[in-house]
Design a binder for this molecule. Structure first.
Ligand code: HEC
Ligand code: HEC
Ligand code: HEC
Length: 399
């Protein structure tokens, strides 16, 4: 009996997200395994082939094995390879390795990655494969020129849109997409020398769509999905209306499914800001003015997937918002709390529980006011309008 309990205890520990180290999490977010693992091979032991216009190259063994892998890399060597595309012996790496994106990663995250590779990844003696690039082209020195041209100019972050209410969320989203996530490696068109035509939101072609290996990675600048659908897609590879296929399946399988709820929020918020940029008013000095989104749009972005356009919900799983006493109550506090903090139905025998997400991280107080009033004013609810002061009572109670 004791033993069974122990075994269950172990399962709980290994199944717990808290057991993932910061470095393992970053390795997931950066999807190192996708390229550094051959089909059926040991993770990170290399051997996966990349066809380039000049010939085939192979990703290398980056396990901590001292002779075949990177076991002899000091932190400085590792940092130079991952952020600057230069191997320990000084040769320039082919840009199939997305170091121009990793160049944006913080010192803290690179340190965490290094610790993970040195101490947690199992070593493999797998030898590296020779690249099949014709001798004339295999001289790696032109790559130094490439490096010099494209890598060293990591610009400070340029926000997609000025939005003081969501600064942190936007900035975390930009970091994950432009840095570790290297989403532009497939979604941004490439120029003649194979460089991506833009590496961040300051470029108008960044994430504007590209063809890779016979697949088209569509533009991520005009995604027509709600934020919740987008999150579902990145978490599960499918959503109510879409499903993922091809190379993007691998991204979901190896990387985005492991991201925390708050990081998925940040990524999807960042991506959807490109839409807001396209429709936002521009101030006289040329900067884009943030305008709180109206209640109807917010409802269709965040709520209608579950509660329906008609507010009727789904029997037994999602409550109807029409004629609902929590919504029509004179005091809007409970309604605001549900939206702000989220809710969960009780788990009872034979019934799994359903969750209502929390929106405190994604909506500003103005937007919360708008969506609350949209819900209070529709489907025959006819409840008095809530004010920003009512929202502050709920959001302020936390601080
Ligand atoms: C899109 C594919 C891709 C991804 C993602 C990727 N790599 Fe690479 N990486 C490569 C390729 C290909 C090479 C070999 C390049 C060459 O030989 O010039 C390489 C080379 C390296 C090297 C040099 C190794 C050596 O043998 O000298 C290191 C270190 C490295 N990668 C670490 C990482 C880490 C850490 C991550 C995740 C943060 C990562 N890579 C993600 C494709 C990738
Ligand atoms: C290895 C290449 C590759 C990388 C890296 C990649 N994608 Fe994709 N992505 C694709 C391809 C190809 C498609 C089209 C296939 C599909 O929609 O199923 C796609 C589709 C998508 C879609 C669906 C778009 C739509 O309108 O249906 C989203 C959203 C998306 N990618 C987001 C991301 C994000 C976020 C990242 C970075 C974390 C990322 N992708 C990294 C190749 C890639
Ligand atoms: C992922 C599905 C989902 C999404 C998206 C969602 N909800 Fe919910 N909502 C639920 C579920 C499930 C409940 C029941 C939870 C409970 O009350 O315990 C619920 C409960 C509610 C309630 C309380 C109803 C009652 O009778 O107690 C309100 C009000 C509400 N949601 C409004 C919204 C609004 C507004 C949005 C968008 C900002 C939204 N919901 C987004 C699933 C969702």
């Amino acid at each position: 009996m004791k033993q069974t309990l122990l075994a269950i205890g172990c399962l709980l520990v290994t199944g717990n997200a808290a057991a993932t180290s910061a470095g393992e999490y970053m390795a997931r977010a950066s999807d190192c395994v996708a390229c550094h693992t051959a089909e059926g091979g040991q993770p990170m032991a290399g051997g996966k082939k990349f066809s380039t216009p000049v010939g085939d190259i192979y990703a290398t063994n980056i396990t901590p094995d001292k002779s075949s892998g990177i076991g002899n890399y000091r932190y400085e060597d590792f940092e130079k390879a991952v952020r600057h595309g230069v191997a320990k012996d000084g040769h320039a790496l082919y840009p199939a390795m997305p170091y121009p994106s990793y160049a944006r990663m913080s010192d803290k995250d690179i340190h965490a990655l290094y610790d993970y590779f040195m101490h947690e990844v199992p070593a493999s003696p797998e030898k590296n494969k020779e690249n099949d690039i014709p001798l004339l082209l295999s001289a790696r020195w032109p790559l130094h020129v490439w490096n010099w041209l494209f890598v060293d100019e990591v610009k400070p972050e340029t926000p997609v849109i000025k939005d003081d209410n969501h600064k942190e969320l936007l900035s975390r989203g930009a970091y994950l997409v432009e840095g570790p996530g290297h989403c532009g490696a497939c979604h941004t068109p490439r120029g003649v020398t194979m460089q991506e035509k833009g590496y961040d939101a300051s470029s108008d072609v960044y994430l504007s769509g590209a063809t890779i290996d016979g697949w088209y990675a569509p533009s991520l600048r005009n995604i027509s999905m709600s934020q919740d659908e987008l999150k579902d897609l990145l978490r599960m590879g499918r959503s109510q209306h879409n499903a993922i296929s091809g190379p993007m399946s691998e991204v979901v399988t190896q990387s985005t499914q492991y991201l925390t709820e708050s990081d998925l929020n940040a990524i999807s918020f960042y991506l959807l800001s490109f839409n807001r940029k396209a429709t936002a008013p521009v101030s006289p000095d040329g900067s884009i003015v943030y305008k709180p989104t109206d209640g109807k749009t917010l409802y269709s972005m965040y709520c209608s997937t579950c509660h329906g356009d008609d507010g009727k919900g789904k029997d037994f799983t999602v409550p109807s918002l029409a004629n609902n006493s929590l919504i029509t109550a004179k005091d809007p506090s409970s309604l605001i709390s549900v939206i702000y903090h989220g809710a969960e139905t009780p788990q009872t025998q034979g019934n799994i529980s359903f969750k209502m997400p929390a929106y405190k991280e994604v909506m500003s107080d103005d937007e919360l006011t708008n969506v609350v009033n949209y819900v209070r004013g529709n489907w025959g609810n006819g409840a008095p309008q809530a004010t920003k002061g009512d929202i502050k009572k709920v959001s302020g109670a936390e601080k």
